[in-house]
Write a protein of this length. Structure first.
Lengths: 81, 216
């Protein structure tokens, strides 16, 4: 299995842009007839969020597997609070 | 039949909106005059009983076509569906005062969105930044790590309004900016230290400044 660092670098920004698109379209903007949206789409919107979450988790899992295959250990540089 | 509503523009700007953009379920978009406003709508055979990512993208693309034509658009939230045009217009007129006011006060403005990934450990270098701006920018990043971002508009004079929201994988900071100031805005944003994977998205329709959010 080959490792393409460029593809991975592009993946996270793409996920970020997609999650922002979903967030702003579903959660922002003028509400003209709120009862219509909530009553019809409640369950479907949750499913859509789940799909996005699954997609994000899949990307993280793929990255971890590729790091493992290369023998890299995840490095945490965030300072302790 | 049902009327799907995408966005609202000032009636005087309606002639500049390109007609026939494909919307949700590929239905063609048209302009519906409603008093001081014109609505971007399309006709659906019936109210869809499911939602897809393609629908979300289509909703945004309709608004983007108007923005790309130079029109300031108030985005309407996803899946605002009405029985017919008359029903849509009746509801729009009930809300037309605050929306008209926002569009009049911000005619010529767009929304820009600064997207910051959840991991903010990798910071880009900013060789040409004024030292005080770098210091304040780094303080901003430290606050971001604590999930308490302070207003960026103090650092970017072109910003007329600011609103932030959490994403599953980061933070989105919306800025209200006049089109005429976009170049200066982008240049100013570039001087602020930011995560390597940060992205600026826009110009967009006004999503974050039309439903009670504060405008600076």
């Amino acid at each position: 299995m080959t490792h393409d660092p460029d593809a991975l670098e592009e993946d996270e920004p793409a996920q970020l842009i997609l999650s922002d698109l979903v967030n702003r379209v579903l959660d922002k903007g003028v509400v003209i007839g709120s009862n219509i949206t909530i009553s019809i789409a409640d369950v479907d919107l949750i499913q859509l969020d789940l799909r996005l979450l699954i997609s994000s988790v899949a990307a993280l899992t793929r990255r971890a597997e590729e790091q493992k295959a290369r023998g890299d250990l995840p490095v945490r540089t965030r300072p302790r609070p | 039949m049902a009327t799907y509503l995408y966005g609202l523009v000032l009636a005087r700007n309606a002639p500049r909106v390109p007609p026939g953009t494909p919307g949700v379920r590929a239905a063609r978009v048209r302009l519906l005059p409603c008093g001081p406003l014109s609505a971007l709508v399309s006709t659906l055979p019936q109210s869809p009983d499911s939602v897809s990512l393609d629908d979300v993208r289509a909703h945004d693309a309709v608004l983007q076509a108007a923005v790309d034509a130079g029109v300031t658009v108030a985005a309407v939230r996803f899946r605002q569906i009405f029985a017919d045009d008359d029903d849509a217009c009746r509801h729009i007129k009930e809300r037309s005062d605050p929306v008209s006011r926002v569009l009049e006060e911000n005619d010529g403005a767009v929304e820009m969105r600064l997207l910051l990934p959840a991991s903010v450990n990798s910071v880009s270098s900013v060789a040409s930044s004024p030292p005080e701006n770098v210091g304040r920018g780094r303080a901003y990043l430290e606050a971001l790590r604590r999930q308490q971002p302070p207003p960026l508009r103090r650092l970017i004079p072109q910003v007329r309004g600011e609103a932030s929201s959490s994403l599953p994988n980061g933070i989105a900071i919306a800025h209200l900016v006049q089109r005429t100031a976009l170049e200066e805005y982008r240049a100013r944003v570039a001087t602020i230290p930011h995560p390597r994977d940060a992205r600026i998205v826009g110009p967009l329709a006004l999503y974050s400044f039309v439903e009670g959010e504060s405008v600076a």
